[in-house]
Design a protein around this ligand. Structure first.
Ligand SMILES: C[S@@+](CC[C@H](N)C(=O)[O-])C[C@H]1O[C@@H](n2cnc3c(N)ncnc32)[C@H](O)[C@@H]1O
Length: 216
């Protein structure tokens, strides 16, 4: 059964961190790696798209304790857990969809997103990435760690499966449902470039999980 995105994560809150760190291959490597790509300058302003309970931020704060974070997430439960972890930190949490929340202009030194954006179509991502591009300062950049389809066929198969499941359940609205539809890395990079980033390149990968850096 498809579940609405926020319901899906709310229902799995209790075991979320443990699940990510034990069941997701190489999580103990890609969270620290992602954190190491973010700015080390004091008071850096960082945007986290789909911050969840803040697993990537745990690693980043070890390297840059004075970073000032803005995190956006659809799930109140995830944000509440995050807040409890980082008492005393200057952190702004926004409950909502990163597709809808205004991000401003020339605000952030860098942005990050981990394991959140594999649910959306290329066209939707181009809109989001254009908004993100505007929100980054000059020389700002975006670090994306997520998992990807390994072929065009796999990408199409996931998308078709979602259409079939929605039809079978009589779902006709445009709300976000939790079903993984990862793009290929090639299509992800195309979306970033079409959105205005001057470059987008793979920094590392662990199986189907890749870290991509896109520079404003
Ligand atoms: C698998 S979790 C990853 C959380 C965190 N980044 C991590 O790696 O542990 C995906 C998160 O993305 C959030 N999410 C999914 N779609 C979103 C959207 N459109 N806007 C904001 N958050 C979203 C979910 O609520 C969930 O907390």
């Amino acid at each position: 059964m498809l579940e609405k995105m926020s319901d899906f994560f709310e229902a799995r809150l209790d075991r979320y961190d443990e699940h990510m760190m034990t069941d997701i291959e190489s999580a103990n490597e890609f969270y620290p790696f992602t954190a190491r790509q973010l700015p080390t300058a004091k008071n850096s302003l960082i945007l986290d798209l789909g911050c969840g309970t803040g697993l990537e931020l745990q690693e980043y704060y070890k390297l840059n304790p004075s970073a000032r974070i803005t995190g956006i997430d659809l799930s109140q439960g995830m944000l509440t857990q995050l807040k409890q972890k980082f008492v005393g930190k200057e952190i702004t949490l926004i409950l909502g969809s990163y597709f809808d929340v205004p991000l401003g202009e020339n605000v952030f030194d860098a942005a990050v997103s981990v394991e959140s954006l594999h649910h959306f179509k290329k066209e939707e991502k181009i809109g989001l990435y254009s908004k993100l591009h505007i929100a980054l300062r000059d020389n700002g950049y975006f670090i994306l760690t997520d998992y990807f389809s390994l072929s065009d066929e796999e990408e199409q198969m996931h998308r078709q499966n979602l259409i079939t499941l929605k039809a079978a359940q009589g779902i006709t609205d445009d709300e976000f449902y939790h079903y993984d539809t990862p793009l290929t890395v090639k299509h992800e990079i195309e979306a970033l470039i079409e959105a205005g980033f001057t470059s987008a390149e793979v920094l590392n990968n662990w199986g189907a999980t890749y870290t991509v850096k896109a520079i404003k």
